[in-house]
Design a protein. Structure first.
Length: 236
């Protein structure tokens, strides 16, 4: 039976220059992600999980090795091609939300779709549909400063989904939230994975957040030290 792999990482290394010495953030990392998987990357600060997430999303490039996303070899793309791929095939959710304060929630969510060349009317319609999906429709006309942290993160998830990405990358999405709001965000991501088959990779320090995923990749010192599959304990 053929398996569809959304992401393939082969012997990826990332070395940052630090004066005359290089610092290895990744040291030959390899793994594959099947369509519809929900995966957590875990490990201590500085282990390389955020660097790996950025390389998977074409935000950064490996120094050596190969990364293929949805058939496109990321390390061989031009900057313009990488930017287009990020816009069309990857959704990002960050720890600090990154909502623009002068735009309403609906405008924040619609913006990536408008930047991709779609009409304002079409973008707003999809933004409102996604806000309804994440339980934020009643806050569509509000500004980010009027939202709680949990509400801002749910709006950020809607924004990440606006261009129907093949891969959703979440970098410590519960790291700036209290436990109740963090749990709500993880329940939302789990529901998206379960109900829509969205492929999600989550970088987290939190064992509670990782319990929602069916596969956990543990990292240390730029290496994968284990890759474990299990039934997600936090599934709703």
């Amino acid at each position: 039976m053929n398996e569809t792999h959304v992401l393939v990482v082969e012997s990826a290394e990332k070395i940052y220059s630090n004066g005359q010495q290089g610092v290895a953030a990744l040291r030959g990392v390899s793994f594959k992600v099947r369509e519809g998987e929900f995966i957590s990357l875990m490990g201590p600060s500085g282990c390389g999980k955020s660097t790996l997430l950025h390389i998977c999303g074409a935000v950064d490039r490996p120094t050596r090795g190969r990364v293929t996303l949805d058939g496109a070899q990321l390390d061989s793309l031009t900057e313009e091609e990488a930017s287009r791929l990020r816009r069309q095939r990857v959704g990002f959710v960050f720890q600090f939300f990154n909502l623009l304060p002068t735009l309403t929630v609906a405008e924040n969510v619609a913006l990536p779709m408008m930047l991709a060349g779609r009409s304002e009317r079409e973008s707003k319609k999809r933004a409102l549909s996604l806000l309804d999906r994440v339980g934020m429709l009643a806050r569509a006309a509000h500004f980010p400063a009027e939202l709680s942290g949990g509400e801002m993160q749910r709006a950020a998830v809607a924004r990440a989904l606006i261009n129907e990405p093949r891969l959703l990358l979440a970098d410590e999405p519960t790291g700036n939230l209290d436990s109740e709001n963090g749990e709500q965000v993880m329940q939302l991501l789990a529901a998206l994975n379960r109900d829509t088959g969205k492929t999600i990779i989550l970088a987290t320090h939190s064992q509670e957040a990782a319990s929602y995923t069916a596969r956990t990749i543990f990292m240390k010192d730029g290496l994968i030290i284990s890759d474990q599959k299990a039934e997600p304990g936090g599934a709703i």
